[in-house]
Design a protein around this ligand. Structure first.
Ligand SMILES: Cc1cc2nc3c(=O)[nH]c(=O)nc-3n(C[C@H](O)[C@H](O)[C@H](O)COP(=O)(O)OP(=O)(O)OC[C@H]3O[C@@H](n4cnc5c(N)ncnc54)[C@H](O)[C@@H]3O)c2cc1C
Length: 394
């Protein structure tokens, strides 16, 4: 039995705390903004609902979405039907539910900012409101803006995305994803129970905030989303490179990172909720078993391979071309023409199709050009799409 301090009560910290408290440990979770609407789409795919069925099976307000409209850079549109719904939460609701589970399991939740963390002594120390306390282990689950990285480098702007958006007081029944010309990122509209999360993400190294805002406002006006009385948000999102995912330390002898603090976000889409919850769960279990050293290996076995795979694909997807047009433009054209490809992409989007078996499914069920397209985006057998040099903003 140990005393664990968790900095951050978001999905990763709450999940970690729940596991630890259930195993009889004393757990303190500190969050400076308890109950806030964290800037986020709030969308969870089948991967998450399959692993954590309580995400569907609860009385809290949420929206189940079964259709996605994709709009290409040249404004061609296509609609995908999803075999499994994407469940979309307000983050106040999702965080509250996860925190209640942690509290019911026995965690002590504190609405406070952790000002400093010192992992140099055998027992790590942390400072809240000027007072230092010790614990047996400290979990750093403080999100993407986390400044507590004991002895490891912070992500550079090449591994971060800027995000901006609005919580729009409107409802809708489908998700919209919009690609833009020469743009590493996308615009989204995620309908929630009583509003929409409308936003844009783009590489911090390649784009400016002004560029993002202009694109978002143009899209909102075109699609008739009113941002006039809507609350604006902005945040950063990790988009880790392969070397960071494979080499960066995520734990030391008395500390560990989880969720966004560890940069575990799917680089192609910005999906991070599943990885936050899963890494919190894996860390909590490893610590509860008295084997913290098993954490990194379990993360590797569970999901870091898929994040590394996606990190290799990002630039090809957003900047590459296929048969003379941008990959995203070609993708929308092919989706409009081919129902089997639409089904495949719908499955990929909602999380029932993984990347491991994607190429084989494409080869088995799609024609030559389409399976070549899939292989080239995934870079299978060296069939790499043409990727131009990326313009650096600095
Ligand atoms: C605009 C945007 C859209 C997104 N959309 C999606 C989506 O649709 N689907 C998806 O899966 N992912 C999405 N993500 C990613 C997702 O939001 C994150 O991956 C997820 O929130 C990570 O959870 P976490 O617990 O690791 O960190 P966070 O949710 O960031 O939680 C960290 C917590 O730590 C607290 N904290 C920080 N510093 C301190 C301190 N010093 N003391 C005390 N408390 C502290 C903060 O208050 C916060 O509550 C999106 C991200 C952004 C920015």
């Amino acid at each position: 039995m140990a005393e664990i301090a968790i900095v951050g009560g978001g999905p990763s910290g709450a999940m970690c705390g729940e596991q630890l408290a259930r195993a009889g440990n004393t757990v303190h979770i500190f969050d400076e903004k308890l109950g806030w609407e964290k800037p986020c789409g709030g969308g969870l795919t089948y991967k998450a609902t399959q692993r954590f069925p309580f995400l569907l099976d609860n009385p809290h307000p949420k929206k189940l979405i079964r259709q996605v409209e994709i709009i290409g850079a040249e404004n061609q549109r296509v609609r995908l039907d999803l075999q499994q719904p994407i469940v979309v939460y307000s983050r106040t609701v999702l965080n509250g539910m996860l925190r209640d589970r942690a509290s019911e399991a026995g965690c002590q939740i504190h609405h406070s900012r952790v000002q400093k963390v010192d992992t140099a002594p055998d027992k790590p120390r942390y400072c809240v409101e000027g007072e230092w306390s010790t614990a047996d282990f400290v979990v750093l689950a403080a999100g993407a803006r986390n400044s507590y990285l004991p002895g490891i480098r912070a992500l550079s702007k090449h591994e971060l995305e800027i995000t901006q958006g609005y919580f729009v007081p409107q409802t809708a029944e489908e998700i919209i994803i919009k690609f833009l010309p020469e743009f590493e990122g996308y615009i989204w509209s995620f309908p929630r129970a009583d509003h929409l999360s409308l936003g844009i993400c783009g590489s911090m190294a390649a784009h400016t905030s002004t560029e993002l805002k202009t694109h978002l406002h143009e899209f909102a006006a075109k699609e008739k989303f009113s941002t006039e009385n809507a609350q604006f948000y902005s945040h950063v999102l990790p988009s880790p490179q392969e070397s960071t995912l494979s080499n960066r330390a995520v734990m030391g002898r008395n500390w560990a990172l989880c969720g966004d603090a560890a940069a575990w976000v799917y680089p192609l889409t910005g999906e991070g909720l599943y990885y936050a919850m899963r890494s919190g769960e894996l860390l909590g279990r490893a610590l509860a078993e008295g084997c913290p050293e098993k954490y990194a290996a379990r993360v590797r076995a569970s999901f870091s391979g898929e994040l590394e795979f996606a990190s290799r694909m990002v630039r090809r997807f957003y900047r590459g071309s296929f048969l003379g047009s941008a990959v995203t433009t070609r993708m929308v054209q092919f989706l409009r023409r081919n129902a089997v490809f639409r089904q495949l992409m719908g499955d990929l989007f909602c999380g029932t199709q993984d990347y491991g078996t994607l190429t084989q499914r494409a080869l088995d069920h799609l024609g030559g050009t389409l399976s070549q397209f899939v292989s080239s985006v995934l870079n299978v057998d060296g069939a790499e799409a043409k990727v131009p040099t990326v313009r650096a903003a600095d």
